[in-house]
Design a protein around this ligand. Structure first.
Ligand code: FEO
Length: 396
């Protein structure tokens, strides 16, 4: 894999993972994932920005040595403690006996809790503090809950680089290049939506605070812990994060439905046809029994309209729809145009439970329809009316 010199003092030394099936054992990785690590070589000190998961340590050490030829590493900056970035810490501390871990108070508590590291291996920093590497300075900006409570970013003013942790990261290993100027990056953008919505999606407000806090920093490179280094597309990816953290959807509708025998699906299809007749061109449909939840969540974040349909199943929601509703509630989704449709054979429950969930989320849906058994003409008429209301609320 490419060891890329990003700027005079900074090398990319991260590793690709093309073997793990699911990130966090939940989210599919069809194109792999990278664990990004950066080596900052100052005149007096050398620092590593973030580490990698434990299984990738030998590869990371080989790559570090190609740059610094067995010199010692003085510091490891831990911008984020999740074990995909911190699993290699015990190995790193053993390999470099003088290495100190730089982190904030929360980081240090977590490193101790996960890896039993002793007090003398830490340097605790506070918000906006700096540490000099000689001819270059690391500045630490605390950005809590841009995924976990300890998350922070590291800024090098002299090089115009901001190391952002998970923020602006995406799924997908790095295929040959590292910086977005070196390779085709269009396919990473949907993987950024998926990464944000699946992993960071609950933390819209903290992301907004982090964006405001870093907006005064003069950076030309965003170096996240996953995916490409952003340089050419920097403004675009900042805007994607801004939009997603405000829960602002793009033009389009996601229809998420469950259906055991095709009756609820017929209503989903009828709604899609009507939306299309009203001029909506971007309609994403997900049969929850077939689509991966990861992609459904991503589309629900990306588009402004969201229509959810569920049969009643054992007096409750169809189980994958219940999982989807939980995912929306956990992520505190808002600012969407939402409608629901349900079905039942002898006792209606799905609609009621979707409505209760939306009420807890303080979301006013634009319409809801409930269907008994197979769809009749009245149900198709109600489906068209529901689609009309969604289209109108979307400005069609
Ligand atoms: Fe890439 Fe939140 O870990």
């Amino acid at each position: 894999m490419n060891i890329s010199r990003l700027t005079p003092h900074v090398h990319y030394v991260g590793v690709n993972d093309r073997t793990t099936w699911k990130f966090e054992n939940l989210w599919p990785l069809p194109f792999g994932v990278s664990y990004n690590t950066y080596l900052v070589t100052g005149k007096e000190k050398i620092a590593l920005i973030d580490c990698v998961e434990n299984a990738s340590m030998q590869s990371l050490k080989n790559r570090i040595n190609k740059v610094v030829n067995n010199q010692k590493i003085d510091y490891l900056v831990v911008n984020h403690m999740e074990p995909d970035h911190s699993g290699g810490i015990p190995d790193l501390l053993f390999t470099y006996p003088d290495l100190k871990i730089i982190g904030n108070k929360q980081t240090i508590g977590m490193v101790k809790g996960y890896y039993g590291v002793s007090d003398d291996r830490f340097i605790e920093i506070k918000d906006n503090e700096t540490i000099s590497l000689g001819d270059i300075t690391l500045k630490f900006v605390l950005t809590p809950l841009v995924h976990w409570p300890e998350t922070m970013m590291t800024f090098i003013e002299e090089e115009g680089i901001l190391f952002t942790g998970d923020a602006f990261g995406c799924f997908g290993a790095l295929n040959g290049g590292v910086i977005d100027t070196e390779m085709e990056t269009e396919w990473y953008i949907p993987e950024m939506y998926r990464y944000y919505s699946n992993i960071v999606g609950k933390y819209g407000k903290p992301v907004q605070m982090a964006l405001k806090k870093t907006s005064s920093l003069d950076f030309r490179y965003i170096c996240p812990t996953h995916g490409p280094v952003w340089h050419q597309r920097l403004k675009e990816v900042v805007e994607i994060y801004n939009k997603l953290s405000l829960y602002e959807g793009e033009d389009g509708v996601t229809i998420v439905y469950g259906s055991m025998y095709g009756n609820t699906e017929e209503i989903a299809e009828a709604i899609a046809v009507r939306l299309n007749e009203k001029g909506i061109r971007n309609i994403k449909m997900h049969n929850v029994s077939k689509s991966e939840m990861s992609y459904i969540i991503s589309d629900a974040f990306q588009y402004k309209g969201l229509i959810i349909g569920s049969p009643t199943y054992s007096g409750r929601l169809f189980p994958p729809i219940e999982e989807f509703m939980n995912a929306m509630e956990v992520r505190e989704i808002k600012n969407k145009v939402i409608a629901t449709f349900g079905s039942f054979t002898w006792a209606s429950a799905a609609c009621k439970q979707m409505n209760e969930c939306l009420t807890r989320m303080k979301i006013d849906q634009v319409d809801s329809l409930d269907m008994k058994q197979a769809p009749g003409q009245d149900d198709f008429t109600a489906a068209a009316e529901l689609a009309d209301k969604v289209a109108e609320a979307l400005g069609y």
